[in-house]
Write a new protein. Sequence first.
Length: 434
Amino acid sequence: MSAVNRHRVGPVSTAVVLGLLTVAIKWAVCVQGSYPEDLVRVAPWGFGYEEGHIAANVIAGHGFSITSAAGNLPAAWGSTLPTTSSANFLPTAWVSPLYPLLLSEIFRYCGIFTPAAASVVIAINCVAQGIIVSLLYLLGFHLGQRRVGFAAVGLFLVDPNAWQFLGWVWHTQLYSLFLLCHIYVLLRPARSPVWQGCLLGITLALALLTDGAAIMLVPITVFYVIRKKIGGKRILVGGTALLSGALLMTPWAWRNYEAFGAFNPLRGSVSTNLWVGNHPENRDESYHGLSQSPWHNQEEFQTFVSLGEKGYSQLCRERVITRVSSHPGRFLVDSLKRTTGFWFGEWWNGFAHIHWVYSAGLGIFTLLAIAGVYRGRKLHIELLLAVFLLFPLPYYLTVHGHGRYRAPIEPLICLAAALVFYREDKSPSQSQQK
């Protein structure tokens, strides 16, 4: 085997081993922490009721829908579902489809809200983080060889935000994986522009089908392709990315047209989140935006049911426009608080919402990432900077600074932080001059 081939195989083999070790470590900790039991018994299944109950409706044959049972809030059901005779099933695009559909398949074989289903959910989260670690090492190796690769993995393994949501029934880990895959395809050189374009379109579409907020990756991708590709390659990469992405998004767009009368591949709760994050009492609940959410407020849920999802979204849009236009200063101050909360935790309530170690971790890793970006400023890391600048924008404007919204880019934050350990290799000629 040539030296070139050995050089290629080395980092890939290391990445695979690190990924497998991560899966083993994460799973062992989850088992010791009794996460599967908690998933069934307490909070995380409750937290996941939006996606979990949509998944349950899918597997029960009611389609991608929200259940209105005798006018009761979905949150009041616990881990049970209403009977068909007492329920109305409303078509929804409240969340992106991929994770609820995945959950529905888990429910099909393991039962709805069962310990077995919970264990499979945890296993998938652990596997997703294992793949993330493998990609993280390869990206670190690409930027700064083994030192940066190992540093990125090590930081990710001790990052509280990489652990906090591991046992939650939500799409966070899957979204983080697809986002990192997309960045990996953008950063790594490809032999074939057609193949790279296909991968860009596929990874971006998968991210969008997991969380509509991935739309913030679109301008980053377009800019990067235009800047990095030349002539015909630019057209090939862009064209194949557009085609492959559109093919994956078309079924969801068509379904939304049939359900809501509009070709909108990104239908979701954007307007609703803008309202729940900026209603007059949001400060009283530390900007968590729950008191006005139709999933937590009986009156709002009744309005949601009567208007339908599309009509309720329009109502929230009108509310937000009225509220912001009449109190622009308040909106600006609240958005600035959410911005700082995204990067440094909820300082305005004394970091009381989650354990102080978690909040401290948010701030420490932000500072490390800033230091790493400065240290590696000559490494053409403009793609990382673009993600850090654009990705959080929707969360600055909508809901509180909960680290869950930052978790999808936490691997990239660890990658930036790892650049603190970057050392520029000196050429032999430079060494001889010394």
